[in-house]
Design a protein around this ligand. Sequence first.
Ligand code: ACO
Length: 311
Amino acid sequence: MKGIKIVSTGRCLPERYISNDDFSKVLDTNDEWIRSRTGIKGRYKCQDETCLSMATTAAKKAIDKAGIDKNEIGVLLVATQTPDYIFPSTASLIQKNLGMDEEVMAFDISAACTGFLMALGTARGLLETSAKKYALVIGSEELSRILDYEDRSTCVLFGDGAGAVLIENSNKEFYQKAWSRGNVSALNCLGPGYDNIKLSMKGNEVFKFAVTALEQGIQEIMTQKKITMEDLDYCICHQANERIIRHVMKKYPGHEDKFYMNIEKYGNTSAASIPIVLDELNEMGKLREGMKILCVAFGAGLIWTGVYLEL
Ligand code: ACO
């Protein structure tokens, strides 16, 4: 099974930033509650931007940084739950926005907060038979469109944003495993045509699930690949709640610095959270050839997945 090389990355956040104190002016909440329960200090919220515009900008940044011919991209995937349109797909519109060749496999993937990792695995497979060299994998979310800003237990948790990763096939290791449970009640959002299309979540239930899902994802993949946390350079978790990640970290004492976190700045950006982390690490020069990375995510479904990759 071929692996992937991360060629470049990009991200896009909306202009408008909402701090916890901003929320406390309009809701019965406060900075102390939000920070201590979630680790979040603020999040971005779209005004003029949309899921599509952020995805396009993040994608353009990744292409420009790589300096490649955009017509060498054969696979263009967008993971999102908040597309501008149900159809056409966000990916298809990005192809047009960026003036790319029509010969590209462009489509969206719906897998909640695991969407980026599901798209990464899909792109890796599709690249093996593509006549072109690169795949562009994007996670973009305008969650503010489906948040109920009168529900303090959900609206403070999420943020808008996009991240993009340009990859090519390599002969390095890649391994992915995923699970699905078909649960609606813990976390859901109705589709078009219904009244009140808003995110609904039972926080406690999701918290308990998240901790076990991340632990299982990490452990099973390490067992399968016959590695330990010692062998990894990073263990990147979906940024949903700092407390969830710290809970998982406790299982691996001495390896805390491998669990990179940026949730305090962005909140939970769902499918965009892991590509935004990858872009930050890349920008700081912290993604180097030969590194071993494990990414794990969980989301509505309830679904969860882990990806092991050697850069
Ligand atoms: N400000 C102040 N008080 C609040 C707020 C708020 N923003 N939100 C809830 N409360 C109150 C509740 O009303 C409750 O009050 P009560 O005891 O008087 O009824 C109290 O705080 C405790 O509420 P809990 O829900 O028990 O708080 P908890 O410690 O579980 O934290 C939280 C809630 C942060 C949502 C936590 O359960 C959590 O993080 N769950 C996981 C969420 C998650 O990961 N979601 C993403 C899933 S996948 C995806 O990314 C889409």
